[in-house]
Design a protein around this ligand. Structure first.
Ligand SMILES: *[C@@H]1O[C@H](CO)[C@@H](O)[C@H](O)[C@H]1NC(C)=O
Ligand SMILES: *[C@@H]1O[C@H](CO)[C@@H](O)[C@H](O)[C@H]1NC(C)=O
Ligand SMILES: *[C@@H]1O[C@H](CO)[C@@H](O)[C@H](O)[C@H]1NC(C)=O
Ligand SMILES: *[C@@H]1O[C@H](CO)[C@@H](O)[C@H](O)[C@H]1NC(C)=O
Ligand SMILES: *[C@@H]1O[C@H](CO)[C@@H](O)[C@H](O)[C@H]1NC(C)=O
Ligand SMILES: *[C@@H]1O[C@H](CO)[C@@H](O)[C@H](O)[C@H]1NC(C)=O
Ligand SMILES: *[C@@H]1O[C@H](CO)[C@@H](O)[C@H](O)[C@H]1NC(C)=O
Ligand SMILES: *[C@@H]1O[C@H](CO)[C@@H](O)[C@H](O)[C@H]1NC(C)=O
Ligand SMILES: *[C@@H]1O[C@H](CO)[C@@H](O)[C@H](O)[C@H]1NC(C)=O
Length: 814
């Protein structure tokens, strides 16, 4: 005889009680009980269970409250089914349950009565996720019938998201959402990577004396849902009687749980049981596999709760087998313990079948027919998908809360990938949690100060907060973000000065900080109040500045336009010789090498050009006009100022222009342009007749071997061709479009020294006399260009069940 349980449905008779203030946190029992769609911040006590139900304000910030149609409000329909929250917008909408204990097991339960709340009379189908893992498909098949979906999972964090996902088959909605804590010893199937989804939970044979039996137990919408406080875990056990086939047995004595109990079946459930009416037959029931979109043949586990309720004479034996589809599940037989909650269960899922026929039959030695008190059937789900790194996730939730960001900012920030929050970029790896790598909240109407939570996004490379109404000062915590390369704060109302940590990061080229158009921000050293930041800054600037004696720039001399004769006596009116030019090149290169390698942290000049190479009376070259000083003075009109892109047209590294991220190789590029100018005597941008960069101009000629077409004719042949070739070659390598292919300044210094040697050997003359003959700053790594690689491999864990599992059982009989 087979009776087929329906998917667990519940009907709760309850009346409204007093209104309390809602709290978006667990009560003293650790319960969270939400009446979804209840307006305001109210709560009330459920009449049957005395559990306090809260409105969903504070648990979700999306969706709309709707009432079900009056025709579906029957007299004893529990209050939480009178209204729903519906989510017409967005693909994924979530509730966030907080103040949990990370690593603990919880029952999470959602209920649904459609009740034609939208007047469309269209039954929706949608998906539920628990955290970042698929939970189940919700298929509403009856407009007035309550549907209950329950999972048992380990919660990995101190919060859990429950998300409704629109799959294009109707608007997701929800009536109530509950969370109940479980002791970790219970339901041993459940661990961090595996959860259980309830298919059915049945209480066999409740007697006519109980409140339950007075209802029509067979009709699904008239079944008992709430068991609290009879079941301290508030599980819903549906009564199951079949008087034609089954005889009911009951006791008023308490059925105890044993010390090694794994399921904590409540006494109220265990006090009733059934046996076959014909003592020679077996107890039979079945369930059918319920395919899920992501798991067409789910794996099932069953727990058979059995307890002997009758004190048997010593001659009597009750002993039985449990069979699935005709095959025994236990190695031997089972004898239920007297007034103790016994159980038989499969620790790993059954072989997958379309139908599961259970038959419980007596052994040959048994003098009594088999007995069963309750049964639970679950499918297993994988909860192996891990969410965003918890520090990143907490930081993003705090940022969302602070700025009241709506968008699709619900659930986990990065996972699943297709529901990742707008304006975020995440990196995904196979075995490590997803990380937030960029955050673009440009023009998002943010007000208030900059949240310190930004400082907890430890893997973030790019933060754009431009064009908002952010106030207050810039938190120094941002300088502690190791991967941050761009921080755009342009166009806000920030005040105070730039924290020293950030200044340092700017100077060493590891951070591109953009802060223009903040009228109250103190960016000029003079208008800042005295602070520690300033004195540190002074050190960085002072070292190079003392080297500079401003006399004349190379440009002036290159173009032979020196008119003023305050110096420059012996140099007046003539052009520089090739050897002089080489020496200037070498000394300038050494100056840059010093900035890159000799300073700690390394400095990036950012505006290397002939006009910034200054010569003293002996034509000794010094790098001047330090770019780092410009970093604090955006108004300098001699510089391109697209917010923060710094440099001079014709000298600017294309990679820096593309990435806004200067590196020491940007200086190398600019230096290459200077070197070409020194060789050719031409400006960085030629008019030939169309504007053309000196790099292209020189490349064209040199590619045809035309070195004389490049060399400055005003040198009047006073040069060694090999040395010029070598210098031009160095210049072309310095101006390689890809920064990785450019030499370091140390390489350049070495090459130029070789040039000077060549020149000296071929033409004779004084020894090369440089201030720093042995430049050996090779211990530094200079390339700051970072390009975080993103591994896009997603991670889905496959179930790997399928063998016939062994069965375990609870306490043995006496
Ligand atoms: C739902 O019904 C209640 C009364 O039962 C009413 O106060 C409330 O305004 C209704 N809400 C909506 C959204 O219609
Ligand atoms: C929902 O359930 C109905 C009735 O059982 C079934 O016909 C329909 O195919 C189901 N929808 C989906 C998407 O599985
Ligand atoms: C969880 O249980 C499953 C099935 O027993 C097992 O395969 C998996 O390794 C367990 N996971 C952890 C983290 O223990
Ligand atoms: C009880 O079941 C046995 C075996 O199926 C059958 O032979 C017997 O007739 C049944 N007895 C009654 C009274 O139905
Ligand atoms: C389960 O039992 C039903 C009758 O109760 C039968 O039709 C079906 O074939 C059985 N299924 C299996 C897999 O044994
Ligand atoms: C009862 O189950 C056992 C074990 O599966 C089996 O060997 C035996 O044939 C069954 N007896 C009846 C009457 O079905
Ligand atoms: C049935 O009883 C006999 C004799 O007491 C015993 O040898 C046998 O193992 C028992 N069978 C079972 C299944 O317990
Ligand atoms: C950041 O968002 C703004 C506005 O949507 C957009 O203009 C800008 O290009 C974005 N920045 C990046 C780097 O994607
Ligand atoms: C800043 O706030 C003012 C009013 O408070 C508003 O008019 C303005 O549009 C906001 N600016 C931005 C960029 O959000």
């Amino acid at each position: 005889m087979a009776a087929r349980p329906l998917l667990l449905l519940c009907f709760v008779a309850a009346a409204a009680a007093g209104v309390l203030q809602a709290r978006a946190q667990p009560d003293s029992k650790g319960f969270i009980s939400i009446d979804c769609g209840l307006p305001g911040k109210t709560s009330y006590v459920d009449d049957t269970t005395k559990i306090s139900y809260a409105a969903d304000d504070g648990f979700t910030d999306a969706g709309a409250n709707r009432n079900i149609s009056a025709e579906y409000i029957r007299p004893r329909l529990s209050r939480r089914y009178h209204n729903v929250r519906s989510f017409p917008d967005g693909e994924r909408n979530c509730y966030t349950l907080r103040s949990l204990v990370a690593g603990l097991k919880y029952i999470v339960r959602a209920t649904f009565i459609y009740g034609d709340y939208d007047g469309l009379n269209r039954l929706p189908v949608f998906d539920l996720y628990i955290g970042v893992n698929f939970w189940t498909m919700v298929n509403i098949t009856d407009p007035g019938g309550p549907q209950l979906i329950e999972a048992i999972v380990v919660v990995p964090d101190d919060f859990v998201h429950v998300c409704l996902v629109n799959t294009g088959a109707g608007t997701p909605f929800i009536s109530s959402l509950d969370l109940r804590p479980l002791e970790n010893r219970l339901y041993p199937h459940v661990n961090v990577t595996q959860g259980l989804v309830l298919l059915d939970r049945r209480n066999f044979g409740p007697t006519a004396d109980t409140d339950v039996i007075r209802r029509d137990m067979i009709r699904a919408d008239r079944l008992l849902g709430d068991m609290y406080p009879d079941d301290p875990h508030d599980r819903a056990w549906l009564p199951w009687v079949n008087p034609a086939e089954w005889l009911e047995i009951s006791t008023t004595r308490t059925v105890e749980n044993t010390d090694d109990d794994k399921f904590a079946a409540p006494s109220a459930v265990m006090q009733t049981a059934i046996t076959p009416r014909n003592g020679s037959t077996s107890i039979e029931f079945l369930w059918e596999s319920a395919p899920q979109p992501k798991d067409p043949t789910p794996g099932y586990v069953a727990i058979f709760h059995v307890s002997e309720l009758q004190l048997l004479p010593s001659s009597a034996v009750r002993q039985f087998y449990v069979n699935l589809n005709g095959k025994p599940l236990l190695d031997g037989s089972y004898t239920p313990p007297f007034l103790l909650a016994g159980f038989v269960y499969n620790p790993s899922p059954f072989t997958r079948y379309p139908q599961y026929n259970i038959s419980i039959n007596a052994t040959a030695n048994s003098t009594l027919p088999p007995i069963i008190n309750a049964v639970e059937v679950f499918s297993v789900i994988s909860t192996a998908t891990i969410g965003t790194d918890s520090q990143d996730a907490s930081a993003m939730m705090a940022i969302k809360a602070k700025y009241q960001v709506k968008k699709n900012w619900m659930g986990d920030p990065c996972v699943p990938k297709k529901f990742a929050w707008d304006r975020l970029t995440c990196s995904y790896a196979v075995s490590t949690p997803a990380r937030v790598t960029s955050l673009n909240l440009s023009s998002s109407g943010l007000s208030d100060d900059i949240s310190s939570s930004f400082g907890n996004l430890k893997a973030v490379q790019y933060i754009d907060l431009s064009n908002n109404n952010l106030t207050g000062s810039i938190p120094d915590a941002l300088s502690q973000l190791p991967a941050l390369t761009v921080l755009d704060l342009t166009g806000n109302q920030l005040s105070g000065s730039i924290p020293s940590g950030l200044l340092k990061r700017m100077q060493d080229g590891s951070l591109n900080l953009r802060y223009g158009n903040n009228p109250n921000l103190c960016t000029n050293g003079n208008s800042c109040q005295p602070s520690k930041n300033k004195s540190k800054l002074a050190i960085y600037i002072a070292v190079p500045v003392v080297l500079v004696v401003v006399i004349a720039s190379v440009t002036v001399l290159l173009f032979c336009q020196l008119r003023q004769n305050n110096q420059g006596q012996n140099n007046n009116g003539r052009c520089l010789t090739w050897r002089e030019r080489l020496r200037i090149a070498l000394e300038s290169a050494q100056g840059l090498e010093y900035l890159h390698k000799g300073c700690n942290p390394p400095l990036i000049h950012r505006d290397v050009k002939t006009a910034n190479i200054l010569l003293n009376a002996r034509l000794e070259a010094k790098i001047a006009d330090f770019g780092l000083s410009k970093a604090f003075n955006l108004d300098n009109t001699t510089h391109v100022s697209t917010n923060t892109l710094m440099g001079t047209p014709g000298y600017m590294d294309p990679e820096y222009q593309a990435t806004m991220h200067p590196t020491t190789r940007s200086d190398v590029y600019s230096f290459g342009v200077v070197l070409l100018e020194l060789v050719s005597g031409k400006p960085a941008v030629l008019h030939d007749p169309e504007p053309i960069s000196i790099i292209q101009w020189a490349r064209q000629r040199l590619s045809q071997g035309d070195i004389e077409g490049v060399v400055d004719a005003r040198m009047r042949g006073g040069h060694d061709v090999n040395a010029v070739w070598k210098a031009a070659d160095v210049a072309l390598r310095c101006t390689a479009p890809a920064s990785a292919r450019r030499p370091t300044m140390t390489d350049v210094v070495t090459q130029l020294r070789d040039c000077l040697e060549l020149e000296k050997r071929s033409r004779g003359g004084a020894d090369v006399n440089t201030s720093n003959p042995s430049s050996s700053y090779s211990t530094y790594a200079t390339d700051h260009s970072t390009d975080a690689s993103q591994n896009n491999t997603s991670f889905e864990m496959e179930h790997n069940f399928g063998r016939m599992p062994s069965m375990a059982s609870g306490p043995a009989a006496r």
